[in-house]
Design a protein around this ligand. Sequence first.
Ligand code: PGA
Length: 272
Amino acid sequence: MLWNTAPHNRQKLAIARRNKLVVANWKMYGSLALCRETINQLNHIIQPGADLIISPPAPYLSELGRLAQKTGIHCCGQDVAAQQNGARTGEWSATMLAELGCHHAIVGHSERRQHHREDNVLIAAKAQACIDAGITPIVCIGETLDERNAGQLERVLGQQLDALLATSGWREAIIAYEPVWAIGTGKVATPAIAQAAHQFIREYLAKTDADAAEEMMLLYGGSVKADNATALFAMPDIDGGLIGSASLEVHSLVRIYQAASLTSRAAAQMTL
Ligand code: PGA
């Protein structure tokens, strides 16, 4: 089943809902050489049950998209404006990403929330702009350490989800749970902690639409590495990962992708 039902690119997307999914978020790192090396090393290991999306800095999207053609690897924006065009120097729209062949854009990453003061309402508007342009937003949510320690986890995630739930297109989104304390710190959430948050998110969405919640892709992000990916991806409500620093080393991205492939439903069915 195709999971993006936006009318004008329904035929293009071949990523099945609740396949395992690895999203490589290069942040403001990388190079044209890394684009070439990543596609060269990964294009022949793509398996049916696990999908791979690379999100390079915007200047590399066009070249990465060209290199990734017919490989099964998808490219993705790291952000997007809430508008489709306008006098907004330095921004780009979801329509432009779609024109480049991107099927996805990350929105609401905690670095955008922190450094660019993006709030839940703006992030929801960006998510809807993606859906309107026929691309899938990967909406990042997560709590800070202070919020977790103060027992505010569910309140914070609930508020972040409420903003998304107020959009008409929320069912088309992917959600990435990224606890802020785990991003770039090397302090990964244990599989049990991550699973508990993912289960909370799925149950929260289910209060609005149980079928959509069951189908929704939920990714974990925050210090995922080659040696912890399998245990995280094996959790029932974790459908893959949003990978920062480890995605910049091609060898570790290969191993993380292999962890996704190993823990996919397709792999489980093959061993039955
Ligand atoms: P990290 O980053 O894997 O380097 O912790 C994850 C992210 O920011 O998406």
